[in-house]
Design a protein around this ligand. Structure first.
Ligand SMILES: [Zn+2]
Length: 89
């Protein structure tokens, strides 16, 4: 099969330096390089971006200590960070 599906993925991020949380959607393109190796490229609004998994940084403080969460978890993570762990779900 040659048809590698492209897709759209959203990631949520939390900065471990300043506590800022944000969310971003990427268009994912799967391509093969000259050696036939599978590569994943990330685009945001049609512009190529570094992989959020390896190249992400905080838009607030430019810190690189970021944690990637599933979409929709940012609010919960920020809440947990500000309230500590009280077991509230
Ligand atoms: Zn930050």
């Amino acid at each position: 099969m040659d048809g590698i599906p492209a897709g759209r993925e959203s990631y949520s991020f939390v900065c471990l330096d300043c506590g800022y949380g944000w969310e971003r959607s990427y268009e994912i393109q799967h391509t093969r390089d000259l050696a036939g190796k599978l590569r994943v490229e990330y685009y945001a609004h049609g512009v190529r971006e570094p992989s959020p998994i390896t190249g992400g940084k905080c838009p607030e403080c430019e810190g690189r200590h970021i944690r990637i969460l599933r979409p929709g978890r940012v609010a919960a993570a920020v809440l947990a960070a500000s309230h500590g762990r009280d077991g509230h779900r």
